[in-house]
Design a protein around this ligand. Structure first.
Ligand code: DX5
Ligand code: ZN
Length: 218
């Protein structure tokens, strides 16, 4: 098995000193996880283009933009231009208004960006299955999208195992990313269940020593 990638979520960083947070990711982690929220799909608003563009100037690791917004199709091009290497959006956010996730995944790939599809904890894994061929990764939420610092939902392990088995059964190379409540206490079990990328916000940037927290996740 290839090594598990660590993607610190900048949502938990000190926004007055984002360059310090970027340095921590550049020097210790694998991916920048950037949470974009619109106050409509989720009951919280985070940040958008200016922050992603600013980070692009200093990021030496790929930027993974997690869109928690309605109508992601309207914004993928701008996030690609802002420097995203990976863009994901929620299946349930687009299903609600009849937009075909397949078309959005294809448009992300056409922009030269890795496409990913996300499901919240209450959305069955099977919702991802029709789109696996179009995804470079799927993002399985282990908390309900919207806020950092929530408690990890234990049912995630079974969901990760099920998706891993489906990916293997179909001979695909889709990566599995897990997001929410991830820390040194559950990282190993998640990797064992089949997770390839672990997102961690508060367990990294809430720690006295973020570099040591990332090392503990590995
Ligand atoms: C939640 C976000 C997460 C969040 C994770 O909606 O998608 O990426 O920043 O934060 P922690 O690791 O604190 O649960
Ligand atoms: Zn996220």
């Amino acid at each position: 098995m290839s090594k598990t990638l660590i993607a610190p979520s900048l949502l938990a960083a000190d926004f007055l000193h984002l360059e310090d947070a970027a340095r921590i990711v550049n020097d210790n982690a694998d991916i920048f996880h950037l949470d974009v929220m619109d106050g409509t799909f989720v009951p919280n608003i985070s940040f958008g283009f200016p922050v992603v563009e600013a980070l692009a100037k200093v990021a030496r690791k790929p930027m993974d933009v997690h869109l928690m917004i309605v109508h992601p199709e309207r914004y993928v091009e701008r996030f690609a231009k802002a420097g995203a290497a990976m863009i994901s959006f929620h299946e349930e956010a687009v299903e609600a208004d009849g937009t075909d996730p397949a078309e959005i995944l294809k448009s992300i790939r056409a922009l030269g960006v890795s496409p990913g599809l996300v499901v919240n904890p209450d959305i069955p894994a099977e919702k991802l299955y029709p789109y696996l061929e179009l995804c470079d990764f799927v993002l399985i939420m282990s908390v309900f999208a919207g806020f950092g610092g929530q408690k990890f939902i234990e049912a995630t392990y079974e969901k990760v195992k099920a998706v891993r088995a489906e990916i293997r059964r179909r001979g695909l190379r889709v990566k599995i990313e897990v997001d929410g409540g991830v820390g040194a206490d559950n990282a190993r079990a998640l990797a064992k269940a089949g997770a390839d990328i672990l997102v961690a916000g508060s367990s990294v940037f809430g720690a006295d020593d973020p570099a040591a927290a990332i090392a503990a996740l590995r």
